[in-house]
Design a protein around this ligand. Sequence first.
Ligand code: AMP
Ligand code: TRP
Length: 333
Amino acid sequence: MGKKIFSGVQPTGNLHLGNYLGAIKNFVKLNNDNTNDCIFCVVDLHAITVKQDPKELKKNINETVATFIASGIDPKKSIIFNQSGVAAHSEGAWILSCVARMGWLNRMTQFKEKAGKDKEKASVGLYSYPILMAADILLYDASHVPVGDDQKQHLELCRDIAQKFNNDFGIDDFLKVPEPLIQKEFSRIMSLKDGSKKMSKSDLSDLSRINLSDNKDQIINKIKKAKTDLLPMPNDIKELEGRPETQNLLRIYSNLSNSTLDNSLKKFAAKNFSEFKKALSELLVDKIIPISDEIKKLLNEQSYLDSVLLDGVEKAEEIASKKVKNIKEIVGF
Ligand code: AMP
Ligand code: TRP
């Protein structure tokens, strides 16, 4: 039987290689398997948990939709929609927030990271963010949720919420407990400037990431400037130990060339670093530039992008409104 897939990406600008390799590339694979039902959501309600400029937000929603399509998600096969277009997400999130426990949320490491030192000043939304994420998933009875490794904890919370709801109201399997789909080897792409930090939209240095909108020269320059160590190229996995930047670059190479880390190690063993970087740049240009060109083209087709979202919202609404209606009945409304 096919899978019911749900995943989301925040429209907060600068979609990058980490988003692509950690999430979107996998979305495309799932989309291409005709036995799956896929829903990909631009999670604009999640975006406003930190301050957004309204004009920028609108632009970023468009860009995220364009990136989905440019990467290979076919809106005729998969539902692409924006979260704020379907009221059931907010409604469901409220009810589930009365099921989730404070103690569960207090453990979420993303909140701690994002709120930083001054937790008192973080929005309440940033704190309850994972409950909205749970509503996203549970409203569609998703069986599998493809995400990067950083979202694993949120998915466990979603599973806990589903189980508690089912227990509290004595209805087995009403909310479907979803499975995470996390790619083992490539679940976390690191910054090009610091191998201990994940590649992120919010890193102040643009040199830390390859954006999906970068041009050829930018890509070549960023790889040239990417941090490495002074040692020669490693011969095997053992020699990669304690060399996070080199490991990250080799992993990126392996993923983009659909090869294993072992094979990439063999290919570049004893070669010059500059030779490896040249090959990596060429591969990145080869894979990313067609996407980046397509994004630019799609951004000039506003009425098409609008029609994709309109159609997606309509289809998502049909599924989610029924589920939330059932949830309300179960709760006693
Ligand atoms: P976000 O941009 O935070 O909404 O993330 C969208 C998707 O990209 C999620 O599934 C994340 O887990 C994934 N993701 C974000 N950054 C990275 C990264 N550096 N490496 C791997 N996956 C990532
Ligand atoms: N929290 C996810 C992230 O930052 C985005 C997200 C929101 C999501 N709702 C979701 C991912 C539902 C998967 C399923 O990446």
